[in-house]
Design a protein around this ligand. Structure first.
Ligand SMILES: Cc1cc2nc3c(=O)[nH]c(=O)nc-3n(C[C@H](O)[C@H](O)[C@H](O)COP(=O)(O)O)c2cc1C
Length: 183
């Protein structure tokens, strides 16, 4: 199953990137995760939405080819980072490649709430009519105090979190294979 992973942090030591790397490696026999870069996308501009630059075309094409999108989000000021919102705005225009494409959200922050407010906003945005992405519900992943759960090498070392991610990933695969997201 091809999963396009969009990570809302651009910094090199990002916990959310480390989480993405854990997902890719730990579940390599179950999921084919490709990281899709959003940091180089220009700011959305409606004047060029029908004839966007190559970086936007290629980004949209990668999303279009994926079976689902895995959003891995930090929380910035109680919401999603601007880079993520910018990427979503591009996806919502022209050929609306998110329509009907399943979304799965996970996230991490250094606070105790583990990106819960960002994820709430993200779900609301994914519900907008030109995104209209069915999302995987009931398996919320909020990894708080991230600095205590990854070691200095950037590896996720918190066993309860790892076990939980294994359960959620199996549930996600079951949800995808059931086709329940199509309704
Ligand atoms: C601009 C900015 C705003 C932030 N706002 C929040 C916030 O609202 N809630 C929270 O839990 N953490 C917040 N943080 C802390 C982040 O959780 C922390 O920096 C985290 O490591 C970011 O994710 P990353 O490691 O993937 O870059 C904020 C950080 C920055 C840089």
């Amino acid at each position: 199953m091809k999963i396009a992973a969009i990570i809302g942090s651009l910094r090199k030591d990002s916990f959310n990137m480390k989480l993405g790397q854990f997902m890719k490696e730990h579940f390599k026999n179950k999921l084919e995760i490709e990281f899709v870069k959003i940091g180089e996308l220009p700011f959305f501009n409606q004047d060029i939405e029908m004839d966007p630059p190559e970086s936007v075309r290629s980004f949209k094409h990668t999303i279009d080819m994926a079976d689902a999108v895995l959003w891995i989000t930090p929380e910035y000021n109680y919401s999603i980072p601007g880079v993520t919102k910018n990427a979503i705005d591009w996806l919502s225009r022209g050929d609306k490649v998110m329509k009907g494409k399943p979304s799965w959200i996970i996230g991490s922050s250094m606070g105790f709430l583990g990106s819960v407010r960002a994820q709430l906003h993200l779900r609301e945005i994914l519900f907008s009519p030109n995104i209209a992405s069915p999302f995987f519900a009931g398996n919320e992943v909020y990894i708080g105090t991230a600095h205590d759960k990854f070691n200095k090498q950037g590896e996720l070392i918190h066993e309860p979190t790892i076990r939980f991610l294994e359960t959620v990933t199996d549930n996600f695969l079951e949800w995808m294979e059931s086709g329940a997201w199509r309704v």
